[in-house]
Design a protein around this ligand. Structure first.
Ligand code: G6Q
Length: 550
């Protein structure tokens, strides 16, 4: 790691210029911006990988964009992108390269880590996954009693769960109907108990997905799954049953073998794939089994199209860079604390959950890459659920609350299923919301409708709430890959500007260590000597007593 601390981005003249400009923009209303520039709605748009991104409803002008782009250039975002995509060890606190873009690189690319081209390795694993996925899908992969697999249960957590779980649901219309693909993640036994309650062990395949193969939750669930299987298939089935009903996705062959899974049934990846950037690696095996290898490769093409765009498009036309810069604009100069992602697509039900990890685990940091405390805000709180449901719940706060919450609206021209008038109604709401948020309803308009007294204030919408609209043709594997890559590079853009290491996650360690210390204190026969604070000690004692322990 470098010992020379780089200056904080907040000390750069480009930052000061944005701060000064934001003062003059604070009172400018989107109504005025649209009134003075009728071309705004056409000009402030970008096309990428079949997605139309409209950022006209932001509190920005050409000058804002110039200043934001100048900031990206000042921190050498382009150079940083090149370093990431060519295998430099930019994850300095873990000494690792960051090469999720190599997972979707074409076979003829040469991307080297320590002098070895990793692209052939990537394609070899993809081919192995495809071979296995086809066997399961066709029924030629048999369980130990000779029956074909009907249910696949992915056991993993965090980066080894959220991506494939999100995408398997998102792409349900592309999935094999004969297969049920489920996800178990929580160490709460109710998760595995509930998800296996109706399963037949003879036709169930478990995928244990864990980069390290040591994660407490995953190994506990994997051990319970093995016990569940052997209880049903008879202990005699033993090693054969494990071999036919368990496969692994991991970087740790020794740990996989120690668990009892044949390493021939292990699909590997590499330390240069971060957990939250791994759904397009072997971690996506469950997804590939669901949708098939061809659709999986289509998804990789979507990722790749955005990678190429991000690496080469000028920043004024660069969708992920613009998304990142707009987040900086509101987070650092308008005091926005959160960012809401609102897919008008029920199949994207867990897209915001996925983005929450991608963004908040990457940029939820308060020191720069060389350990200096920042004096500015970093990653936002990311949240969201599919529209229109939220409209009947929390949109009140988006429209009339005191907080500025920039929003991404994601929608598609064509539905998954064409059911009566549903899709046009969905999209009418989609377009209406960004219009309402931007332009609001003035007191004069409310009054003209007959309201009087205090009701005028209650019924007034200030507007000026910024939104990005991302409109795709249809939610396909390609489109989903493109959407995910958009956000990956948005997060990267922001991490580079804030000077963070977006690829470590030391903040999850402390809780893990303490949990390992507390676990034996909960289960020991004799009353443990507790040396926590008085609150934690009392809570542990209360739990032990209620569980009938000394
Ligand atoms: C992601 C994180 C984290 C990780 C899980 C699972 O970037 O590192 O969410 O994916 O802790 O880890 P394993 O895959 O090693 O079980």
């Amino acid at each position: 790691m470098t010992t020379d601390a780089a200056p904080l981005v907040s000390s750069r003249p480009e930052w000061a210029a944005l701060a000064a400009h934001s003062t003059s923009m604070r009172e400018v209303h989107l109504r005025d911006l649209f009134a003075t520039d009728p071309t705004r709605g056409e000009r402030y748009t970008v096309e990428v990988a079949g997605l139309h991104l409209d950022y006209a409803k932001h509190r920005i002008t050409d000058e804002t964009l110039d200043l934001l782009v100048a900031l990206a250039e000042a921190v050498d975002l382009r150079g940083a992108t090149q370093r990431m995509m060519t295998g430099a060890r930019i994850n300095v606190t873990e000494g690792r390269a960051v090469l999720h873009t190599a997972l979707r690189a074409p076979a003829d690319r040469d991307i080297e880590v320590d002098g070895r081209n990793v692209v052939p390795d990537v394609h070899a694993v993809l081919d192995a996954m495809a071979g296995f996925a086809e066997q399961v899908r066709s029924g030629s992969w048999k369980g130990v009693t000779g029956k074909a697999i009907t249910t696949v249960v992915n056991i993993g957590i965090g980066g080894s769960d959220l991506g494939p779980a999100m995408a398997t649901f998102a792409l349900a219309p592309y999935a094999a109907e004969s297969l049920d693909v489920r996800f178990v993640s929580n160490v709460d036994g109710d998760d595995i108990a509930h998800k296996t309650a109706d399963l037949d062990a003879e036709t169930t395949l478990f995928i244990v997905a864990s980069k390290t193969f040591t994660t407490q939750e995953t190994m506990t669930n994997a051990a319970s799954a093995r016990a569940w299987l052997l209880e049903r298939l008879g202990a005699d089935a033993g090693a054969d049953a494990v071999a036919r009903h368990f496969v692994a996705v991991s970087t740790a062959a020794d740990e996989v073998a120690a668990f009892g899974i044949d390493t021939a049934n292990m699909f590997g990846f590499w330390d240069w794939v971060g957990g939250r950037y791994s759904m397009d690696s072997a971690v996506g095996l469950s997804l590939m089994i669901a949708i098939g290898p061809d659709a999986f490769r289509d998804m990789l093409s979507g990722f790749r199209a955005v990678d190429e765009h991000f690496a080469s498009a000028p920043y004024r036309e660069n969708a992920p860079a613009l998304m990142g810069l707009l987040g900086i604009w509101y987070g650092n100069f308008f005091g926005a604390q959160s960012h809401v992602v609102l897919p008008y697509a029920q199949y994207l039900d867990s897209f915001a959950d996925y983005l929450q990890q991608l963004d908040m685990e990457s940029n939820g940091k308060s020191v720069t890459i060389d350990g200096t405390r920042v004096d500015y805000e970093t990653g936002p709180v990311v949240w969201g659920t599919p529209g229109t449901n939220g409209q009947h719940a929390y949109y009140q706060l988006l429209h009339q609350g005191t907080k500025l919450i920039p929003a991404d609206f994601i929608g598609f021209v064509h539905p998954g299923a064409e059911v009566g008038v549903h899709h046009d109604l969905l999209m009418a709401n989609f377009f209406a919301q960004t219009e309402a948020l931007a332009f609001g309803k003035s007191a004069a308009e409310v009054e003209a409708e007959g309201a009087t007294g205090a009701l005028i204030a209650h019924k007034t919408f200030e507007g000026n709430r910024p939104t990005t609209t991302i409109l795709g043709e249809k939610l396909t594997p390609f489109t989903l890959g493109a959407l995910i890559a958009l956000y990956e590079h948005k997060v990267f853009t922001q991490g580079i500007i804030w000077g963070l290491n977006s690829f470590d996650q030391w903040g999850v360690q402390l809780g893990k260590v303490l949990a390992n210390r507390i676990a034996p204190e909960l289960t020991s026969d004799a009353a443990p000597d507790l040396a926590h604070d008085s609150s934690t000690n009392a809570l542990i004692r209360r739990y032990r007593t209620a569980r009938g322990r000394a």
